[in-house]
Design a protein around this ligand. Structure first.
Ligand SMILES: Cc1cc2nc3c(=O)[nH]c(=O)nc-3n(C[C@H](O)[C@H](O)[C@H](O)COP(=O)(O)O)c2cc1C
Length: 333
C-alpha cells in the first residue's frame, strides 16, 4: 500500500487580521495571553530549537505550552537540518497548534553560525528541503518566515517565497529587511507588495507596525490581509484592541494608569507562576521599561524597577506609580 500524499493545508491566516509576531524573549504564554485578551487573532511562539526539542529539553517544550484562554498559536521552529526539523515538527504536532512556522529570518550570530535562521536565505535549496520535510509530516498548516535577503546584493525574497510555496507551505511571512540591517532602518513595505504579486499563497506582513495608522498604511501599500506585530506590542499589548477598534469604526480609549499598572502586576504574577520568582523578576525588568514608555515623569520609577529584586518590591513600586499617575490623571497632583 502506498502512503497518501500530504493533504493540502489551508492558510491558517484566512479571515485573520492581526497577530503577535514570534519574539524570542517576549512571546511567551503570559504575554501572548494578554495580546489575545486585547484582540490578537493569533500569536507565534518564541523560536524553538528543532535540535533542542529532539534532545528532549524540558525548557524547549515549555516554549509552546499554552495557557488557558490563549487563541490560535503558531509554533516556530529554527535549525538547519531538514530531518531534525521534521522530527521536531512531529513532536510539535502532538500539541495540536494552529500552525508550524519555520524561521528563515533570525539574524543573530549564534543561530547563523550553525547555518540557521537567515543564513538559510543564502541556500534556497536547503530552504526548500526544510519546508518539504516539515510539510510531509505535519498534521497542521506549515508557514515560513523570511527576510528580504542576506544583504541588498543578495536580495532574494521572491525566489525564497516561490521555493517555499512550491514545497507546500500554506503562507509566507516577510519581514522586509535584509539580514545585514538586523532591525535598523525602515522595513521596505514595497517588498511585501511584490511578494504578494508573485505568490498565490497568503503573504503576511511584518515590520514597523506600531498602531492603527501603521496598520492601515501597510494594508493599503501591500494588499496583505494579515499583519504581525512585534515591537509595537512591547509594553502595549492593547495595540491589538486599538487596531480592531479602528477597523470596526469604534472610538478607542487608551488604557489609563489603573489598567496599565494592573496589567503589569498581572503579567508579573503569571510570569512568576510559569518561571519561578527569580527568573520572572529579572525578565520583568525589561517589560516594565516598555510599559512605562510614554508615561510622564517616571524616570525614578523606571530606575527602581530596572533593579528590582523581588516580586513584592515590584508590586509596591507599581502601586506607588499607579497612585502617582492617577493623581496626575485626575489633575489633583
Ligand atoms: C526581541 C526580538 C525577538 C525576535 N524574535 C524572533 C523570533 O524568535 N523569530 C522570528 O521569526 N522573528 C523574531 N523577531 C522578528 C519579529 O518577529 C519581526 O519580524 C520584526 O521585529 C519586525 O517587526 P516589528 O517591527 O513589528 O517588530 C524578533 C524581533 C525582536 C525585536
Amino acid at each position: 500500500m502506498t502512503a497518501d500524499p500530504p493533504e493540502q493545508k489551508h492558510s491558517p491566516f484566512t479571515g485573520t487580521t492581526v497577530g503577535l509576531a514570534p519574539l524570542a524573549g517576549w512571546s511567551d504564554a503570559p504575554f501572548r495571553l494578554l495580546c489575545f485578551e486585547y484582540g490578537a487573532d493569533f500569536a507565534v511562539t518564541e523560536m524553538v530549537s528543532a535540535e533542542g526539542l529532539i534532545r528532549g529539553g524540558e525548557k524547549t517544550v515549555r516554549l509552546f505550552e499554552r495557557m488557558p484562554g490563549e487563541g490560535p498559536l503558531g509554533v516556530q521552529l529554527f535549525g538547519s537540518d531538514p530531518a531534525a526539523f521534521a522530527a521536531a515538527a512531529v513532536i510539535v504536532c502532538r500539541s495540536d497548534p494552529a500552525f508550524i512556522d519555520l524561521n528563515f529570518g533570525c539574524p543573530v550570530k549564534k543561530v547563523i553560525r550553525k547555518n540557521g535562521g537567515s543564513a538559510i536565505m543564502r541556500d534556497l535549496d536547503l530552504l526548500g528541503r526544510i519546508c518539504a520535510a516539515v510539510v510531509s509530516v505535519s498534521t497542521v498548516p506549515v508557514t515560513a518566515k523570511i527576510r528580504s535577503g542576506w544583504n541588498p546584493e543578495e536580495e532574494n525574497y521572491i525566489d525564497a517565497g516561490r521555493v517555499a510555496e512550491e514545497a507546500g507551505v500554506a503562507a509566507v511571512t516577510l519581514h522586509p529587511r535584509y539580514r545585514s540591517q538586523l532591525f535598523s532602518g525602515e522595513a521596505d513595505w514595497t517588498h511585501l507588495a511584490d511578494l504578494r504579486e508573485a505568490l498565490s499563497i497568503d503573504v503576511v506582513a511584518s515590520g514597523d507596525v506600531r498602531g492603527a495608522d501603521d496598520y492601515r498604511k501597510i494594508v493599503e501599500i501591500t494588499g496583505c490581509e494579515t499583519v504581525m506585530i512585534g515591537r509595537g506590542a512591547f509594553g502595549r499589548p492593547w495595540v491589538f484592541s486599538e487596531i480592531k477598534a479602528s477597523l470596526e469604526g469604534r472610538l478607542w480609549v487608551p488604557p489609563g494608569p489603573g489598567e496599565k499598572t494592573r496589567t503589569m502586576i498581572r503579567l508579573a504574577r503569571m510570569e512568576e507562576e510559569l518561571k519561578g520568582e527569580r527568573r520572572a523578576v529579572v525578565e520583568m525588568r525589561k517589560q516594565y521599561r516598555w510599559f512605562l514608555r510614554g508615561m510622564p515623569d517616571v524616570k525614578d520609577y523606571r530606575m527602581r524597577l530596572s533593579t528590582v529584586e523581588s516580586m513584592a518590591e515590584a508590586r509596591l513600586i507599581i502601586e506607588e506609580l499607579r497612585e502617582d499617575m492617577e493623581k496626575k490623571w485626575t489633575g489633583t497632583a
